[in-house]
Design a protein around this ligand. Structure first.
Ligand code: PLP
Length: 436
C-alpha cells in the first residue's frame, strides 16, 4: 500500500522518499500529496519490463494524475501518455512529450481538441462515435494530414475488482458496440477514407481489475472481430486493451502484479490469434492507477477529535482533518476504502475505532469510513492516507473554496514541488468582482 521504502524513522515519524512527513508538512502545509519519485519510476519501469517493447506499447493514463513532471518521468521510463481532453493534451505538450507518444481519448472530442492533437503530431486518436469519424476526417483534411485512428469497441465486459460481468450488449456512453455491429460499420467506413489510417481496436473494460479473466473475454471477442475484418481485407495492426490494473488500498486487496498479468494477457492473445489463423497484432495498455496510485500519500493534520454516542451505549469517534472530499472524492463517490496511519509519531495507546472525515459541509465527506487509530490521537497529529496518487489530486475540487493541496515529489530526502498549493488569491483571481 505504501510507497516503496516507506518506513518509520528513529522518532517514529513516517518517511517517504527519504523525507520525514513532519518536515514536508511544515514546509508545504497540509493537506499535502507527497509523491515518491523512485516509486513512480519503478512502477512505470515494471510495466515497461513486463511487456516486451518489441510488441507492446504502454501509455500512462494521464487522468489518474498529470502534471509536466509526471509526464516527463513517464516518457523517460519509456511510456507514452494517454490524454482525454484538451487540458491534458496541453499539459503533455507543455512537458515536451513527443506527439507520436500521445494517444487521444474521449467520447466527445471537440474539433478544437482534435486539431490541437493533430498539430502536436498525436500518434493515435481513438474514435468513440460514428459522428467522430467525420469530425476527425474533416479536421485532418483541412490540415492536410492523415490521422491514425483506433476504434473503441464495447465488448460487453464490465470488470470490477474480483469479478467481471460479460453481457451481450452495453448500456454505456463509451465506444461502439461489438454486438450490434456498430463498431464493424464504423471500421468499414474508416477503411474507405484516405485521410484516416485505421490502425486497430481499443477496449477498456473497467478499473481495479485484479486478474486477467476480464481481459481474456475482451481479447477473445476482439479477436473475433479481427477475423470478420480480415475476411473484408482489413487488417488490425494494433490491439489496445486499455487500463484498469488494480492496486491494494487495504491489506485484503491482492492484485496480480504487472509481470504476471502481462504474461497471462499476451498468451491469451497469441493463442486466440493462432486459433483464428490471424497475425498477432501489436499490443498496447494504458495503466494509470497501477503506476501512480501507490506512489503518493496524503498527509493531513488532525483538527477535532469528537466522540459521538450511538445506540446501545456504542460510541463513534469522528476525527476531522484539514481536507476531505475536495482532495479525495473517491470515498464519497465509490465508497472506496483506504488505509490511514498516525504518521507524525508512534503511540502505545490502545487503538480506537474511528471515522476520519473532512471539513466540508457534507455528511458524506468521509476520508476513511472505519479506521483503527491510537486512542490518544489529538489535535496537531499528522495522519497519512496510503495510495492516494491516482484519482485524488486529479479529481480535486475547490468545494467550500478550499484551495487545492500541493503535490510534492520526494526523492533521496529532498522535496520538489510538482504542483504548488493553491492560495485564496488563486481562487479570487477568477472572480472579477473581487476587490483588487
Ligand atoms: C481510465 C482509463 C484508463 C486508466 O485506468 P486505470 O484504472 O487508472 O488503469 C485507461 N484507458 C482508458 C480508456 C480509461 O478510460
Amino acid at each position: 500500500m505504501w510507497p516503496l521504502g516507506a518506513h518509520r524513522n528513529g522518532q517514529g515519524a513516517l518517511v517517504v522518499g527519504g523525507v520525514d512527513v513532519r518536515d514536508a508538512a511544515r514546509d508545504f502545509g497540509t493537506p499535502l500529496f507527497l509523491l515518491d519519485e523512485a516509486d513512480f519510476r519503478a512502477r512505470a519501469a515494471a510495466f515497461r519490463v513486463a511487456y516486451d517493447p518489441g510488441r507492446t506499447d504502454i501509455y500512462y493514463a494521464a487522468k489518474a494524475f498529470l502534471c509536466t513532471t509526471i509526464a516527463r518521468w513517464a516518457v523517460e521510463e519509456g511510456l507514452g501518455i494517454d490524454v482525454a481532453s484538451g487540458g491534458e493534451l496541453a499539459v503533455a505538450v507543455a512537458a515536451g512529450v513527443p506527439g507520436e507518444r500521445l494517444l487521444l481519448h474521449g467520447n466527445n472530442k471537440s474539433r478544437g481538441e482534435i486539431r490541437r492533437a493533430l498539430e502536436s503530431g498525436v500518434g493515435r486518436i481513438v474514435v468513440d462515435a460514428p459522428a467522430e469519424v467525420d469530425r476527425i476526417a474533416e479536421v485532418a483534411r483541412d490540415m492536410g494530414v492523415r490521422a491514425s485512428v483506433l476504434v473503441r469497441v464495447t465488448v460487453g465486459v464490465e470488470a470490477h475488482t474480483h469479478e467481471f460481468i460479460a453481457t451481450a450488449h452495453e448500456d454505456q456512453k463509451f465506444g461502439l458496440s461489438l454486438a450490434s455491429g456498430a463498431a464493424y460499420d464504423v471500421i468499414l467506413r474508416i477503411a474507405g477514407m484516405d485521410v484516416l489510417d485505421f490502425r486497430g481496436l481499443h477496449s477498456h473494460i473497467g478499473s481495479q481489475i485484479f486478474d486477467a479473466a476480464g481481459f481474456e473475454v475482451a481479447a477473445m471477442r476482439l479477436v473475433g472481430l479481427m477475423g470478420e475484418l480480415h475476411a473484408e481485407g482489413i487488417e488490425v495492426a494494433e490491439l489496445n486493451l486499455g487500463g484498469g490494473m488494480g492496486i491494494a488500498y487495504v491489506s485484503d486487496d491482492d492484485p496480480l502484479e504487472a509481470g504476471a498479468m502481462a504474461k497471462a494477457i499476451e498468451s491469451i492473445v497469441d493463442e486466440a490469434c493462432a486459433r483464428a489463423h490471424l497475425p498477432v497484432p501489436r499490443l498496447a495498455f494504458e495503466p494509470g492507477r497501477a503506476i501512480v496510485g501507490p506512489s503518493a500519500i496524503t498527509v493531513y493534520e488532525v483538527g477535532t477529535v469528537k466522540p459521538v454516542e450511538l445506540d446501545h451505549g456504542h460510541q463513534r469517534v469522528y476525527v476531522s482533518v484539514d481536507g476531505g472530499m475536495s482532495d479525495n472524492i473517491r470515498t464519497a463517490l465509490y465508497d472506496a476504502d483506504y488505509t490511514v496511519t498516525l504518521a507524525s509519531r508512534v503511540s502505545t495507546a490502545a487503538p480506537m475505532l474511528c471515522r476520519v472525515v473532512g471539513k466540508h459541509c457534507e455528511s458524506g465527506d468521509v476520508v476513511v469510513r472505519d479506521a483503527w487509530l491510537p486512542g490518544d490521537l489529538r489535535e496537531g497529529d499528522l495522519l497519512a492516507v496510503a495510495a492516494t496518487g491516482a484519482y485524488c489530486r486529479s479529481m480535486a475540487s475547490q468545494y467550500n473554496y478550499l484551495p487545492r493541496p500541493a503535490v510534492v515529489a520526494a526523492r533521496d530526502g529532498n522535496c520538489t514541488v510538482m504542483l504548488r498549493r493553491e492560495t485564496e488569491e488563486d481562487l479570487l483571481a477568477l472572480d472579477p468582482g473581487a476587490a483588487v
